[in-house]
Design a protein around this ligand. Structure first.
Ligand SMILES: [Zn+2]
Length: 424
């Protein structure tokens, strides 16, 4: 009798969209899953999950419930497809916008010890310039590893101008990778375009996902880029960007989200939790579950003892090992936990990332090591922000630049509606 029920269940799962057959518990599972015990949904407006949306014990309970609901690869795969759709939708990117020419400009090449730095702008949508720096190995061997470096929200020496960012990009370039450090929307040179206030608009979440996808388009268009070895890494809000991009873009083959993957903290900025990517009428996912969409691609979680990643070794990492285990890939997810450290992308966190990426993507770690094996970043030149800026008096912002978040959002929406390029 049980056998017959299983067969009926299997037939239902094959015929009903949104259903999958749960072999271990012997029941049909719907991917339209919202766990019990969540805070109430507001009666008007989207179901947002800002900041510390859950208590730590609730975050763990959600992960336990998810494992019980999706206990094997088939059920998780079905749920993962549903979750990706809901994240894309929640982010305001359904349908995907039409891709338009990048019109990339790469200029002002500086030669340093074993690597070069250039200033870059490209149009993620017509008239919005994504800005950043391209670090490349000197005397590079092709094909080259491609890495996108995202940044978090820091008051002092922000974003890609920070020494921490320059160290990690330059070190990876010395090791043989081409690395692009990208400005957040309304940060760095983007301030000149849309102003700093633009970042506080929830559209910053939308455009940053799109900008990062277009950044991969840009990197993969460069001579020597290896589409089989593409990575993304960032800290804090840059960690959020890392796991969102990895969840939505299968071109990412490896990710290192730093000090961000938590079961109960959802990110405090509108660019992380200002849109309903975590919750809707028929889905719920905390950031550990979104990070799990990386499986079975290699992923390193770097966590510390002073923020919402303090319980990673006991909570989020075991959850991810179980999800990766569904793919017989439990060894592809790793955690380096630094209990005496704080919320940053400091030297020991960078070292963990260097070792993980070099081992998995075959970079030359020795290029940043002393003979003793100790990591050595002393060959790296930290540039002043003035030389890293893309637009200045010599290279002014192009005439067609859009000057507000609303103007950029307007053009993105047109690209979603299938408007021809002539009408943009
Ligand atoms: Zn933000």
């Amino acid at each position: 009798m049980k056998k017959i029920c299983q067969l009926i269940g299997l037939a239902l799962a094959l015929t009903l969209p949104g259903c999958t057959w749960n072999h271990s518990s012997g029941k049909a599972t719907s991917v339209k899953w919202v766990p019990d015990g969540l805070p109430a949904v507001p009666t008007n407006g989207p179901a947002l999950c800002p900041g510390y949306y859950l208590k730590p014990e609730q975050g763990k309970a959600v992960l336990d419930a998810a494992l019980a609901e999706f206990p094997n690869r088939a059920s998780w795969d079905a749920y993962a497809r549903h979750l990706r759709k809901r994240i894309q939708q929640g982010a305001g990117l359904t349908p995907w916008p039409q891709r338009t020419p990048l019109n990339a400009v790469v200029r002002q090449r500086r030669v340093h010890d074993g690597y070069t730095v250039e200033n870059v702008a490209f149009e993620s949508v017509p008239g919005y310039y994504v800005t950043g720096n391209l670090y490349r190995p000197l005397n590079a061997k092709s094909p080259q590893v491609v890495i996108l470096a995202t940044h978090g929200h820091w008051k002092e020496m922000p974003g890609r101008f920070a020494a921490d960012m320059q160290y990690r990009c330059a070190a990876l370039a010395r090791m043989g990778a081409m690395v692009f450090s990208v400005d957040m929307f309304g940060h760095g040179d983007s301030v000149l375009e849309v102003g700093a206030e633009a970042h506080k608009h929830p559209f910053s979440l939308t455009i940053q996902v799109w900008d990062n996808m277009r950044a991969l388009d840009f990197l993969l268009s460069l001579p020597g880029a290896d589409p089989e070895r593409v990575a993304v890494t960032g800290e804090s809000g840059g960690g959020t960007q890392s796991f969102l991009l990895t969840a939505l873009d299968s071109r990412v083959k490896l990710s290192v989200p730093v000090v961000m993957v938590s079961s109960y903290f959802f990110g405090g900025c509108p660019c992380e939790s200002g849109l309903p990517i975590h919750r809707s009428e028929d889905h719920f996912a905390n950031n550990a579950m979104i990070a799990a969409l990386a499986a079975p691609r290699p992923m390193l979680l770097v966590s510390d003892g002073a923020d919402w990643t303090q319980d990673t070794p006991a909570i989020e990492f075991p959850f991810l090992q179980k999800i990766y285990g569904y793919y017989n890939a439990a060894t592809k997810v790793a955690n380096v936990h630094l209990p005496d450290e704080k919320h940053d992308y400091g030297p020991s966190k960078r070292e963990a990332m260097y070792r993980f990426i070099s081992e998995r993507l075959h970079l030359d770690l020795a290029a940043i090591q002393k003979p003793s094996g100790e990591i050595d970043e002393s060959h790296i030149t930290i540039e002043e922000p003035g030389s890293l800026h893309v637009f200045d008096e010599a290279y002014p912002l192009p005439q067609n630049a859009r000057r507000s978040a609303a103007a950029v959002e307007n053009i993105l929406k047109k690209l979603q509606s299938g408007a021809s390029e002539r009408k943009l």
